[in-house]
Design a protein around this ligand. Structure first.
Ligand code: MLT
Length: 399
């Protein structure tokens, strides 16, 4: 008889967003006449920038001609995209990264989930709570021990250092789900902690394009010493609407090392390259051309306009909920608003109430971890009119 990876029995039957879609689909099937507004999963609603669409269209035409056809993409990404990333995301911002430290991929979800492949199972892991469920689920799948670092209003959503020294620490800023940030001054102690304890920080910066305040870093590599301790994950999903196109990248500095049980010191950059070339066959050429176009002047202008549109929604949600007396966080440097549920309701009870009474979907805070209980996440990725309507409907529930 086949033996199961038993760690899968420890992670519950379904992934958070799969469970939400199941419940929403069930509701829709039972109430086809009702218009459900989703401010749940952070998925895009605005068309992809014309500059990106044009680049993809052109690249697609190239695939139809023998002369310009491309087959397997390089495992680490085409040089045209790597160079564009390097220039715009790092060099122009004064951050020293080298081209062979950038690994283009099909998105930050895969990379944050797969990075554990190159890390030993006996590493002690620290993960903020609440957190994007991929970090906890994938570490549980591998059988690793996790210490959760609560992030609540009481600590201003700034996690305390782990009680037991952590080998690997997951940080996501701007944060999903709370929408809160760490300033450079607040992130520096984490880099110092990792330098002192020889820990690795896995820094998920998928939402960096939403940073609007000057003291909030776009990259952990803006912090001195981070090259010695951090891997950073970036995504084109939220930056430029690639949730369905799939592209992201991971920066693994060549200065990062890890040791084997025999005491050998090996490069994490070399190990990640080995992992990717074995299990991943590159991001599609046409998608990489689309990602390259994000960095063109028109691409930059168009994607920034879309981000501004979403952040307008964030304001609508935040001010609407605050006018009801609900305490809200985030929504300034991130497309998520994290709000306290009314009357101490549990997150799932509030989810059911909003879905059943006013057909508004959000994400229950407890789905992101125990410290998320009593909170609810709304995303700013909706259509403006729907977002306004959703807020008006929520006001009806409260009145
Ligand atoms: C979210 O809603 O947290 C994200 O959109 C999910 C994801 O990026 O996979």
């Amino acid at each position: 008889m086949i033996k199961l990876n038993e760690h899968y029995t420890e992670i519950g039957n379904s992934y958070l967003f799969a469970e939400i879609s199941r419940r929403v689909n069930e509701y829709r099937n039972n109430h086809p006449e009702k218009k459900v507004i989703s401010l749940g999963i952070g998925d895009i609603t605005q068309p992809i920038a014309p500059a990106v669409v044009d680049a993809i269209t052109k690249a697609t035409a190239e695939m139809g001609k023998a002369k310009t056809l491309r087959g397997y993409a390089p495992y680490e990404g085409y040089d045209f995209l790597v160079q564009a990333i390097l220039k715009h995301d790092f060099t122009d911002r004064g951050v020293a990264i080298e081209a062979d430290e950038i690994f283009v991929s099909d998105g930050a979800k895969s990379d944050t989930g797969n990075i554990g492949d190159i890390l030993g199972v006996d590493n002690r892991i620290a993960i903020t709570d609440p957190a994007y469920p991929v970090y906890v689920d994938t570490n549980k799948m591998a059988g690793r021990k996790i210490e959760l670092l609560p992030c609540t209003p009481a600590n201003g959503f700034v996690p305390a250092f782990p009680e037991t020294t952590a080998d690997v620490i997951y940080l996501c800023y701007p944060n999903n789900p709370t929408g809160t940030v760490l300033t450079k001054a607040q992130l520096k102690p984490w880099v110092d902690y990792a330098l002192t304890n020889q820990s690795l920080i896995l820094y998920d910066a998928a939402y960096e394009a939403y940073v609007s305040e000057a003291d909030v870093p776009h990259s952990i590599f803006e912090i001195e010493g981070a090259r010695e301790v951090a891997i950073e994950f970036r995504s084109f999903s939220k930056t430029a609407g690639f949730t369905g196109l799939r592209a992201g990248y991971t920066v693994v500095p060549k200065s990062l090392t890890a040791k084997t049980s025999k005491g050998e010191i090996l490069s994490l950059n070399a190990m990640w390259r080995r992992r990717q070339s074995t299990k991943f066959n590159g991001t599609a050429y046409v998608i990489q051309r689309g990602a390259e176009a994000v960095y063109s002047p028109e691409g930059q202008r168009q994607t920034k306009e879309t981000i501004a549109y979403y952040m307008q929604n964030a304001k609508i949600i935040k001010s609407g909920l605050e006018s009801l007396g609900l305490q809200c966080y985030g929504g300034v440097n991130a497309p998520y608003i994290w709000c306290q549920t009314p009357d101490n309701m549990t997150s799932w009870d509030f989810f059911d109430l909003l879905l059943n009474k006013v057909q508004v979907v959000g994400t229950p805070g407890s789905g992101f971890g125990a410290a998320g209980e009593g909170f609810f996440r709304f995303t700013a990725f909706g259509h403006k009119e729907d977002t306004q309507e959703a807020v008006e409907r929520i006001k009806e529930v409260k009145s």
